[in-house]
Design a protein around this ligand. Structure first.
Ligand SMILES: [Zn+2]
Length: 82
């Protein structure tokens, strides 16, 4: 068994939110733990990066705390301006 010595470039999974049904929860592409956007406890995942454009969220990078994968969320639906 090889132990990964250096994580030079960790693989980032991409999840397209437009392809997710329901409330936006999705399983981690690697370990399958359910990541729910309503979960703000940071026990299962942690937001490590956000990208905005014109003050709108376009990209979110999460870290799955269970397996350590980085998951990039794309496909945010622009919120109508109020
Ligand atoms: Zn995971």
């Amino acid at each position: 068994m090889m132990k990964k010595a250096t994580a030079k470039k960790s693989l980032i999974y991409t999840v397209d939110l437009t392809k997710i049904d329901g409330d936006g929860a999705f399983p981690c592409p690697k370990c399958g733990v359910i990541i729910s956007p309503d979960d703000e406890t940071e026990e299962i995942y942690q937001i490590i990066d956000t990208r905005t454009k014109n003050n709108e969220l376009i990209e979110l990078v999460l870290l799955c705390k269970k397996c350590g994968s980085k998951i990039k969320l794309v496909g945010f639906i622009p919120q109508p301006e109020s």
